[in-house]
Write a protein that binds this ligand. Structure first.
Ligand SMILES: [Zn+2]
Length: 610
């Protein structure tokens, strides 16, 4: 990646002031997962399942059970008909991104050969002008770039993310070149003094920033910024599909993005929009985006988010209704939206160093995201309700398969979210066992982490090399007390924005232990959430618990709990691939993420108060 330098560029859209290097060094920078080798009792089996099951399911569905790969073969000719939905190409790209991430820490020549095969077919389907989208090439070539809700830029964004991931994993750049050619094609048509465009489904915005990062070409940043600025000016002529009462709110095209105060419309689109805004704000000064994102964040967290970190309530629009409208049986909470919450909150934490974002990232990760994949890694939830009559089950795949392919690319990149670096500190955001080697400024950092998280709050960090700088350890908001020791001696620390800042003259071999208490906690909803009045939920550490009928036969319907009289015990159990269950000898609660992995059963997160 090229070094960024202070510069000012005049565009026809106005004066853009690139962030100077001082501003960029004050941020928390992410440590890429490729430098973090996960070795963890909780996460390693999930990475293994992703490599051995989830990726296989995606390959089988894309090649054999659906026409997704065949669509690329047809587009190369071209001949019809196209099979599936107009945005199905994106699932292929997301699966490639997942395979690329998996290859980084699990080299697999046969898998790499498979990706190469796919990439050759994708490259052959690209038109000579750079355009690539199998639906339009096969089915409606005359309608290219005619309807802003037809996801052409959405698919292009996922193509770019896949091409960049595979290039970084293998050094092979064919798919990156295909993506860049498509990006250049789009920029011949759209931009200042050219055609306007407001993508109906965001994604391209954040992908163009990644393309800038890998190529060093500012034009991609500028194009992303331009796309964001086009929103909310009555410019978007998105053809609203017949009989669906969606308006510009659905596409986040109602206000200029810098003026946003609330979240609107489709949840996943909103998440990708916010990621793109945060990315652009990190490079371009004076956008007003971070101020807008902070306003929107307050709206989301205080009035629209479930205890699981899931968002989006409306089935029809996959989006939002009124504040505090958070029904349990009808909760939509698309898995992709929870993944989006992790992606967005991670960016907010990087920009601000504020642990309140890390808290939400952790909440969405351990609950809303993990519930989206079965314990065996081969079945998926699209919708993640907080209560079930026993009729909601994981599926092998979905016609609209955004969630399975999103899980496939998210899980192997979990290492992205653990560490951060800034000028004066090494940040620990999540406690996941790993060994890592990376740069912090000019220093080479080598560190190992051992932890029993998320079941126990004990973590040991070992510095394998001496370190100059502070440690900033995330202390989750659910924690009431914690202790930090250096080589067995209680350490002094300062607390700032949800992080314990530990200063020390660090040497190689230093061991830092962090003990965070993990009591069983009762959580009450805001009284304006009608469905949860008179109810409470149980959380321990980052894990939200639920009751399944199968563990509470005959008493499920009448369950009542009380924070004043209950005496809960926490029991390690081999059931459900190893969990800590919570029991009072009568009732049994399991982690929410693990529900619906046995025979059909009723389920609830919110339980009546005594
Ligand atoms: Zn989805």
């Amino acid at each position: 990646m090229k070094q960024f330098f202070t510069t000012t560029i005049l565009l026809t859209t106005g004066l853009i002031c690139y962030a100077n290097s001082e501003r960029l060094t004050k941020r928390m920078h992410r440590v890429d997962f490729s430098q973090v080798f996960i070795d963890d009792a909780f996460w390693s089996p999930r990475l293994k399942n992703n490599a051995e099951k989830t990726i296989r399911v995606c390959i089988d569905q894309i090649e054999n059970k659906t026409g997704r790969m065949r669509n690329f073969e047809k587009a190369a000719i071209p001949e019809g008909p196209h099979s599936g939905i107009f945005f199905d190409d994106s699932d292929v790209y997301k699966a490639i991104e997942g395979m690329a991430y998996s290859l980084v820490n699990n080299p697999d020549p046969l898998l790499e050969q498979k990706v190469d095969e796919w990439i050759a077919k994708i490259a052959a389907a690209q038109q000579s002008d750079g355009y690539i989208n199998t639906f339009f090439t096969i089915q409606e070539p005359q309608n290219r770039w005619n309807d802003m809700d037809k996801h052409e830029m959405y698919c292009a964004g996922h193509l770019l993310e896949a091409g960049i991931a595979y290039y970084k994993a293998t050094g092979k750049r064919t798919l990156l070149d295909v993506g860049q050619h498509m990006a250049d094609h789009m920029m011949t048509l759209f931009g200042p003094n050219k055609r306007t465009w407001v993508p109906g489904h965001e994604e391209i915005e954040l992908a163009l920033v990644k393309l800038y990062q890998v190529t060093g070409e500012h034009k991609y940043l500028e194009f992303s910024h331009w796309l964001l600025e086009e929103r909310g000016h009555e410019l978007g002529k998105i053809n609203v599909r017949e009989n669906i009462p969606w308006d510009k709110r659905h596409y986040q095209d109602i206000y200029p993005v810098k003026d946003l105060t609330q979240i609107y419309g489709h949840a996943v689109r909103a998440m990708y929009l916010f990621c793109g805004m945060a990315d652009i704000d990190s490079y371009i000064e004076g956008t007003g985006y971070m101020e807008a994102l902070n306003r929107v964040w307050e709206d989301v967290i205080n009035t629209r988010m479930y205890i699981t970190g899931g968002i989006g309530v409306a089935y029809m629009s996959e989006g939002f209704s009124e504040p505090y409208d958070l029904p349990n049986f009808q909760a939509y909470c698309e898995t992709c939206a929870s993944i989006g919450m992790v992606l967005w909150n991670h960016r907010m934490a990087e920009a601000s160093g504020d642990g309140k974002y890390t808290d939400i990232m952790e909440r969405s990760l351990y609950n809303g995201v993990l519930s989206g994949i079965s314990l065996n890694g081969d079945r998926f939830f699209y919708v993640n309700p907080l209560a079930s009559h026993g009729d909601h089950h994981r599926q092998e795949w979905y016609g609209c398969a955004c969630c399975p392919s999103n899980v496939c690319r998210f899980i192997p990149s979990i290492g992205n979210y653990i560490y951060g670096t800034s000028d004066d500190a090494l940040w620990v955001n999540l406690y996941i066992g790993n060994s890592a080697k990376f740069k912090m400024g000019k220093q080479n950092v080598e560190v190992e982490m051992d932890t029993q998280y998320p079941w126990e709050g004990h973590t040991q960090l070992t510095l394998k090399k001496k370190l100059k700088g502070n440690l900033r350890l995330h202390i989750p908001a659910w924690s009431k007390t914690f202790e930090v020791c250096i080589n067995g001696e209680k350490a002094e620390y300062k607390q700032e924005l949800g992080y314990a800042i530990v200063s020390h003259k660090w040497k190689a071999g230093d061991q830092i232990t962090i003990d965070i208490d993990m009591p069983v906690e009762y959580v009450y909803a805001d009284p304006r959430v009608k469905e949860d009045v008179g109810k409470c939920a149980i959380q321990r550490g980052p894990i939200v618990y639920c009751a399944e009928e199968i563990d509470n036969p005959g008493i499920f319907e009448s369950m009542q709990i009380s924070s004043t009289t209950d005496k809960w015990q926490v029991k390690k159990d081999n059931m459900l691939n190893g969990i800590y269950r919570i029991t009072d000898g009568n009732y049994n609660l399991i982690p929410y993420y693990s529900w619906d992995n046995r025979e059909p059963s009723q389920m609830k997160v919110w339980i009546d108060n005594k």
